[in-house]
Design a protein around this ligand. Sequence first.
Ligand code: HPA
Length: 275
Amino acid sequence: MDSRIRTYQIAADYIRQQIGGATPLAGIVLGSGLGRLADRIEDPIVIPYKSIPGFPVSTAVGHKGNFIIGRLAGREVMAMQGRFHYYEGYPMELVTIGVRTMAMLGIRYLFVSNAAGAANPDFHIGDLVVIRDHISLFPNPLIGPNMDDLGPRFLDMTCAYDLELQQLAENCAARMGIQLQKGVYFGSTGPTYETPAEVRFYRQIGADLLGMSTIPEVIVARHCGMRVFGMSVVTNCANTDNTPLALNDGDDVVRQADAAAERMTTLFSNMIESL
Ligand code: HPA
């Protein structure tokens, strides 16, 4: 057996021992400042990443490092409160270890969220944006010998973001009176934010959202056949000229994400209830 798969299995076995019983239906990755969804999970079992064999410790601002397993809207879910970013220095195998462990546990749906900057001038701070596609500047997490037991060597990415889940999001949002935007997520490694010239360039090639996460997780989730729903919370509008006033800062990102987290939580709950 591939030693990487063995690592994921050992982590999954450890978690299974802690939670016993039912396999969660959906995994949820919570982005910067979006961790409060975890507070709505009933009868939570908290498993710190640092207690799980093979897992690293998450260090980013606004991020905790726990799996939270319990019920959301009556369904069993498993949330990642905090993720591993490439800019923290982790290799791609560790950036994606949480998602692969969830897949090993038998989880079929992945809801990924992030705080993102808006490159689309029609987007505003606090907007919820359904990710309909992405452009990646990350090294591909599937580089290296393929894990044939998980998925194919050459992975189709035409519908990486599940079309039915996007429709479900629109239906739920309409019912709840929540406004949604749709867009293309452009992911780069960070940790620097984009220069204004880069923002203009990325906008020209189709970026609506700018971020430093999510894409590696989505690729490995698709590789092991999970159905993916992605959502960004707009925490800032990216600078397109060299004025010093609209500089990004980490605290502001966390504050804005907090305000929108409540609406995103309600939307995710409604969607998961309907799965
Ligand atoms: N760029 C990249 N990542 C981000 C941003 C941004 O403007 N805002 C929040 N995460």
